[in-house]
Design a protein around this ligand. Structure first.
Ligand code: ZN
Ligand code: ZN
Ligand code: ZN
Length: 398
């Protein structure tokens, strides 16, 4: 299951509300990899999947070639991408689950999913059967949580299935309980954020359907109404957005090609036009999207002047934390939970987004130095703030 190269960092208790933080055990230079980590579980979002963003069921790598992806998203079947060798998708390596035909980027991913959770979650011949308990749960979820998506009930299903399949169930339960737990009051706020104002009924429906589909004695504390809400709040609070896109990999590789100036301009123009078409038809929904639970990353506190950033260079769910500046041994490693855009705003605006989405007040050096700034947001900020929040802690590839 999940592995992390963690010898360069350690999680330590600190006096803050969150209670812990991630600290370096060695020195890092700007650009150094601090650690690389795979999630305990990850899952594509439900609408994203329904809308045919094809992804590996295990690692979320995009399965469409850049050209297929472009054709679907622009609704233009005539598009041909130059430099097809810049696309890294390898259909010949893809594999399917022999029972349910769900797709994977490789036989390794298929086997890893089967070993961890898919034996329980495999629908076999019932994949299209809308009355199957798992499909009913998924449909109920989609009807409750519309795009832009920020979570998925299937992450929770994978957690339960992981416990069900584990030989040492207590060890797995222990790993999940190491994530930030929430107070009752925080739980209400998180569930409210995920399920809307009237969350009581949808919450109960999800609890009932999840229990019907996946009840597990060893994890019975998750199946009481209160325990279920806590579990739900846990994924809401700790879920890290993941995105992958074969188009962006193709673009990155094209831009790195050695070309004559003339050829370079031609390629750039092509890419600009492609993005224009994508923007017109698919808008902001370009990526395979989902979320995952990461043990080390979830111990990273926020700072408005972060010294590290989350990246997904492999175009799958493997998270790589990279130093943005020199980090000394024993120094706390902080990331920004805010989008780049929110991060550039006034202290008041930043605090508001952090409070709404992550339930804390930031005391980072920048916020402290601006503590005397007036509590106002500029008009421009007021305008966009309505849409704000949903996309925080985003996919990190953009
Ligand atoms: Zn995969
Ligand atoms: Zn299967
Ligand atoms: Zn701050």
């Amino acid at each position: 299951m999940a592995t992390a190269i963690a010898e360069n960092v350690e999680i330590k208790q600190i006096g803050s509300l969150k209670g812990k933080g991630l600290f370096s055990k060695t020195a890092f230079k700007k650009g150094d990899v601090i650690f690389e980590e795979k999630p305990l579980v990850s899952c594509q979002f439900a609408w994203n999947e329904l809308y045919k963003y094809k992804a590996c069921e295990f690692c979320m790598q995009a399965l469409e070639t850049a050209e297929e992806n472009s054709r679907r998203l622009t609704e233009n079947k005539g598009i041909t991408l130059p430099y097809p060798e810049c696309c890294e998708v390898k259909p010949e390596e893809h594999a399917v689950c022999p029972q349910c035909q769900i797709e994977y980027c490789s036989a390794q991913c298929r086997d890893a999913a089967w070993a961890q959770y898919h034996r329980v979650l495999c629908l076999g011949m019932s994949r299209e059967d809308q009355d199957h308990p798992i499909n009913r749960l998924l449909e109920a979820w989609r009807n409750i949580h519309f795009p832009p998506e920020t979570a998925t009930i299937m992450l929770l299903a994978k957690m339960i299935a992981t416990v069900k399949q584990a030989e040492d169930k207590d060890a797995v339960l222990g790993m999940f309980s190491s994530f930030v737990q929430n107070t009752v009051n925080e739980e209400e706020q998180i569930v409210h954020k995920l399920l809307g104002e009237q969350f009581q009924d949808p919450m109960e429906l999800l609890w009932r359907l999840t229990s019907e589909a996946l009840y597990e004695e060893a994890a019975q504390q998750w199946f009481t109404p209160e325990g279920f809400k806590s579990l739900f709040a846990l994924i809401g609070r700790n879920g890290q957005g993941i995105g992958s896109s074969s188009i962006s990999v193709w673009v990155r590789n094209c831009e790195a090609l050695e070309h004559s100036t003339e050829e370079k301009e031609k390629v750039e123009e092509f890419i600009d036009q492609l993005y224009e078409q994508l923007d017109q038809v698919a808008g902001m929904f370009l990526n395979v999207e989902g979320s995952g639970l990461y043990q080390l990353q979830s111990a990273c506190n926020h700072s408005c002047v972060p010294n590290a950033e989350i990246t997904f260079p492999h175009n799958n769910h493997t998270l790589v934390l990279v130093a943005m500046e020199t980090i000394e041994p024993e120094q706390e490693i902080c990331i920004s939970y805010l989008s780049e855009c929110s991060l550039s705003r006034s202290r008041h605006s930043r605090q508001r987004v952090l409070k709404d989405n992550y339930l804390f007040s930031c005391n980072c050096p920048k916020c402290l130095s601006q503590a005397d700034d007036p509590d106002v947001t500029s008009e421009e900020e007021m305008d966009d703030e309505e849409e704000e929040g949903e996309e925080e802690r985003g996919t990190g590839d953009g």
